[in-house]
Each structure stands twice: as structure tokens, then as C-alpha cells.
Design a protein around this ligand. Structure first.
Ligand code: EPZ
Length: 419
């Protein structure tokens, strides 16, 4: 398994291009099952998770070709409504195919996703939403088996704001008979992008971008081409990178409107950010100021940036705290950051961070996508050499991060690992 090696202490200067959004592309790939035909998706990030979703679509009978940052998907002959455990266990977002399979084929056999590195991640709201639309679901050897008649529109309230459940149920509803009203729907930009993709396909969805979606079922939809939105979590991770080690970087191809909460937090930490069109100019020097952060559903501070900002606050000139209200156990990166010299104490779902002047390089272990990038960021600052093992976690969510960072002056490279 590969590892990333970093010689810390070099400021970042130059330009970094933000890739297309992983978390917008994955549900949109699932949505291509809703209408037979050819789809061309552009600005698709070249990531492990995209390749996994492509394999899920292939099992279902779709043709998928990726060339560079374009995906050509042909679902004309998709006819096998199954998503196997071997694939779903490697990427939970495979579960997004449940709604489209139900809507188009009226039956599905989709493996329940397992847990993930930081704990259980239920899909009960996905299932309750499908049942509200009339799907008959049973659990058979770890698979959700759905034998739905034609789905019927319904009113459904999400007791928790859920990105995945909102996307899955919305995709089921666009071909259901009659009107569906989804209340307390997630409004993350990735869900708005999915809703707009469905609208272009001919779906009737009103209230896009709000927490109440009115959907009137269509008889059929049409295949379309679309460009993916920029990855706001990647952009926020690079904001934290500049803050950790200092420098001046221009982030191109970003969408500042998707990261107001991140820009606000970075400004409070003393990181200067200005935006011009789709570029962000980021400037930082010395140690960041301490912060007290709490994650929240969009437009609040994203849970996916909790770990990267913890690396930033590890070297703040004061005491900080980060509370994760979305995933109360998403702290597998804490003991690894402590190995680099960070002073962090966990009290329930709150990390108390005593900022230190310097970190010291060490060998550390990745456990999940965002934990691994927080270790890379800490390594950029740490004195000496840091080795981040099992970077396949990183490769799931960050396209060529070592190339992007070394282009701006970081000493970072990939080596064959043994562990
Ligand atoms: C999406 O996951 C993202 N993944 C995650 O990013 C992100 O952390 C998460 O949203 C929160 O923003 C993709 O978009 C592919 P949720 P998702 O349903 O949809 C609870 C990354 O690093 N919940 O919004 O699975 C859940 O336990 C990944 O790119 C239920 O209780 O997240 C959590 O506490 C990691 N029942 C909260 O809702 C359900 O049926 C939010 O989860 C579903 C969720």
C-alpha cells in the first residue's frame, strides 16, 4: 500500500486547480439509471470512488468509459437491478442506486453498506423515504430487497438532515405517480446539483436549494450531458493547508459561494482570503489564531472539514475546540495528530486543542478520506519527515494531491509502502 512522504516546513506559493466534486458526481452517476441513453459528464474527478461507482453501474448493465475528466455513461441496456456487497462495502455512496433502480425497474437488490472507519452510518432514512413512496422493502442476507409497485408520491419529513437520504428519495420520487413533498431536505450544493441535473432530464422539482422540495412524478426522463460543480471540500482542505504552513496560493475553479462558512472560519483564524470570480486568493503567515468550531448541515461548517481544520488548529497560538454534531465519533485522526506532537483531548464529540508552536514528523496511519488529508496538512508543517501510510484512503477523495501540493513548493512524494 502506497505512502506519502513529506519534508515539512516549506511554505506554499503558486496556483492549485480545484477538481470537480466527488460528492456531486456520485449521485449524478446513479441518476443516469433513471432514463436509458447516453450521458456525458465532464469535470469528473479521477478518483477511486468514481471508479467504484462506475463498476456498480457496470454490474447493473450500463457501459461506462472514463477518459481524463469525462465520463461517458450508456444506460440503454441497464437491466440487472443489483448492487453487490463487494462494491457497496468499499463505498457507501453505492447505496445511491436504490432509488433509481426502484423508480425505473420497480425492484432492486442492494447490499446494505457496512460501517466505516469512524463508526456506524445508518441508512434508515433512505429506507423510510422509499417506504413512504410505497416500496415494499425486506432485508435478505444483508441486502435490501425491494419489490415496489409503481411508486406513489407522498409527503415525507426527514427527522435528520441527510444528504444521502435526500438524494436517494428524490431520485425515487421523480418517476413516482403524483406529487411528493420532501420536508427538512438537505440543501448541500451537491444535492442542489443533483436536483438541477434531474430537472434538465425533464423532472418536475420545485423548491431546489430549499429544505422543502415539491416533486411531481414524470412518465419518463431523458439522458443529458452535464459539467460537475467544483469540490468545496477539496477547496476548504487547501485553505487549511495554506493556513497550517503559510504562503500565498491561488485556488482556481472554485466556487466561493459554496464555502462561506469555511471562509468565515479561515478569516477568524487570521487567514486572508479574497475571491475574484472562480478563484480564491489565500494568504497566511505565522501561526493561526485559535477558533471554536462546531459542524452543522449546510450552510454550516462542514463535518468533512473537521479533520483538516483540526490540523490547522493544532498549531494555533492558543486553545481551540471543534465539536462534530453530525458524526459524534469522527475522530480517528486525533491519535495520529497526537503522534505528530499535537495536544488534543476528546470530550465526547468535542476535541479540545491546545495549540503548539511546532509539530514533529513521524509515521502516521490514514483511516478515512478526511483523516488522511489532515495528516498530510500536519506533515506540511511538522519538522522533519512525516510518512502517511495507507494513502488509498486519500486517493478515494483527493485527485493527485501530492502533485498539486508539490507544484506550490511542498516537499511531498509517493512511495511504495509495505504496511
Ligand atoms: C454525505 O454522506 C457525504 N458523502 C459525506 O462525505 C459527508 O460527511 C456527509 O454527507 C455529511 O455532510 C457523500 O456525499 C458521498 P448524511 P451521507 O446522510 O449522505 C445520519 C466524504 O468524506 N443519518 O448527510 O452518508 C448520519 O449518521 C464523505 O466525502 C441517519 O441517521 O451523510 C449522520 O449523523 C464522508 N440515517 C447524519 O445523518 C440515515 O438514513 C448526516 O449523514 C442517513 C443519515
Amino acid at each position: 500500500m502506497d505512502k506519502l512522504v513529506i519534508e515539512g516546513g516549506r511554505q506554499l506559493r503558486g496556483e492549485i486547480a480545484v477538481s470537480g466534486s466527488k460528492n456531486a458526481t456520485l449521485p449524478i452517476m446513479a441518476a443516469t439509471l433513471l432514463a436509458p441513453g447516453q450521458y456525458r459528464l465532464t469535470r469528473v474527478p479521477n478518483l477511486m470512488d468514481i471508479r467504484t461507482m462506475a463498476n456498480v453501474l457496470r454490474v447493473i448493465g450500463a457501459k461506462v468509459e472514463q477518459s481524463g475528466h469525462s465520463l461517458l455513461i450508456d444506460t440503454s441496456h441497464a437491466n440487472f437491478p443489483e448492487a453487490p456487497y463487494e462494491l457497496v462495502k468499499t463505498m457507501r455512496a453505492s447505496f445511491y442506486v436504490l432509488g433509481p433502480l426502484l423508480a425505473r425497474f420497480r425492484r432492486a437488490r442492494v447490499s446494505l453498506p457496512g460501517g466505516c472507519a469512524w463508526g456506524p452510518r445508518p441508512v434508515d432514512l433512505h429506507l423510510k423515504g422509499m417506504e413512504a413512496l410505497g416500496a415494499a422493502l425486506t432485508l435478505d442476507e444483508g441486502y435490501i430487497v425491494a419489490e415496489g409497485q409503481k411508486l406513489n408520491g407522498a409527503k415525507f419529513f426527514f427527522p435528520i438532515s441527510s444528504v444521502g437520504a435526500t438524494g436517494n428519495v428524490m431520485m425515487a420520487a421523480v418517476l413516482a405517480e403524483g406529487e411528493t413533498i420532501l420536508e427538512n431536505a438537505a440543501i448541500e450544493p451537491e444535492i442542489t446539483a443533483l436536483a438541477e441535473f434531474l430537472l434538465q432530464m425533464g423532472a418536475d422539482i420545485r423548491g431546489i436549494g430549499t429544505t422543502t422540495l415539491h416533486i411531481r412524478g414524470a412518465d419518463s426522463l431523458q439522458p443529458i450531458d452535464a459539467e460537475m460543480i467544483p469540490d468545496r471540500i477539496e477547496a476548504g482542505s487547501f485553505v487549511a493547508a495554506v493556513g497550517v504552513v503559510g504562503g500565498e496560493v491561488e485556488l482556481t475553479g472554485a466556487n466561493p459561494d459554496h464555502i462561506h462558512s469555511v471562509i468565515h472560519a479561515a478569516n477568524q483564524a487570521g487567514i486572508e482570503i479574497s475571491s475574484r470570480g472562480h478563484s480564491l486568493q489565500i494568504k497566511a503567515n505565522g501561526r493561526p489564531a485559535p477558533l471554536h468550531l462546531s459542524t452543522a448541515p449546510y450552510p454550516g461548517f462542514p463535518t468533512d472539514l473537521q479533520a483538516p481544520f483540526m490540523a490547522l488548529l493544532s498549531v494555533a497560538n492558543g486553545n481551540s475546540s471543534i465539536t462534530d454534531t453530525i458524526y459524534t465519533d469522527r475522530f480517528a485522526h486525533v491519535p495520529e495528530l497526537v503522534r505528530l506532537g499535537a495536544r488534543i483531548n476528546l470530550v465526547g464529540n468535542c476535541a479540545l486543542i491546545e495549540g503548539v508552536e511546532e509539530l514533529q514528523g513521524a509515521t502516521v496511519m490514514s483511516t478515512d478520506i478526511r483523516a488522511s488529508v489532515s495528516l498530510v496538512l500536519a506533515g506540511l508543517r511538522a519538522q522533519g519527515r512525516t510518512e502517511v501510510l495507507r494513502v488509498y484512503h486519500l486517493d478515494r477523495g483527493y485527485e493527485k494531491i501530492e502533485a498539486k501540493l508539490s507544484k506550490t513548493g511542498a516537499r511531498i512524494w509517493r512511495e511504495e509502502g509495505t504496511l
